[in-house]
Design a protein around this ligand. Structure first.
Ligand SMILES: [Zn+2]
Ligand SMILES: [Zn+2]
Length: 200
């Protein structure tokens, strides 16, 4: 079954399609296991002063195990994010590649304020589900958000914008460049070095 059969209908609009997987066949007994393809659509995300756009859903695969106590979900996703270079503001496309692990427990979530017990000690978040389906949408979106780059660059040696005239220094060498290259602290140091006996 294709989980994003209707994707083309939405074009580039990031209409989020829920990622739900039927687990009825896994719940019959502990040890059951299966794999399923997934696709996660993301709406544009504003984060750290930048807007991240996703042209296409991120795609990958999940594997689900019935451990007896819970359903353990492990998977990986790959895709790309459209963003601006944090130095020169050029539009760039960066690959995103991530793996994740989630745990689903059948039943009602504990009431707020109630102690989660010994199992709440580790970092793994538990999602509660009822019925035959687990909904991975939110968990997968959270995992994608964690992978977003904080200071994306078009290239490691991006020269950025000229702070004086705003020109993109990757494309043009403006005339302000020479003036800003002379650091007054270095000029002072040069003077000191010319007087080797200055500290006696
Ligand atoms: Zn750049
Ligand atoms: Zn300039």
């Amino acid at each position: 079954m294709c989980l994003w059969a209707d994707w083309d209908r939405f074009g580039h609009k990031a209409e989020v399609i829920p990622v739900r997987i039927n687990v009825a066949d896994l719940l019959t007994e502990a040890g059951q296991h299966k794999a399923a393809p997934v696709a996660v659509a993301m709406e544009p995300v504003e984060f750290g002063g930048q807007v991240f756009h996703f042209d296409r859903p991120l795609t990958g695969e999940v594997e689900i195990w019935n451990t007896g106590d819970s359903l353990l979900v492990k998977g990986s996703l790959a895709g790309e994010v459209l963003i601006q270079c944090s130095r020169c503001l050029a539009p760039i496309t960066l690959p995103l590649d991530l793996s994740f692990e989630e745990e689903f427990v059948e039943g009602e979530p504990p009431a707020e304020g109630e102690e989660a017990g010994d199992e709440g000690d580790d970092d793994r978040t538990i999602t509660y589900f009822q019925g035959d389906e687990i909904d991975l949408t939110e968990a997968l979106q959270q995992n994608i958000l964690l992978e977003l780059p904080m200071k994306p660059l078009c290239s490691e040696d991006c020269l950025g914008l000229c702070p004086t005239c705003g020109a993109n220094r990757n494309e043009t060498s403006c005339t302000c460049q020479q003036a800003t290259d002379v650091d007054p602290r270095l000029a002072a140091l040069k003077d000191l070095l010319r007087k080797p006996d200055s500290n006696s």
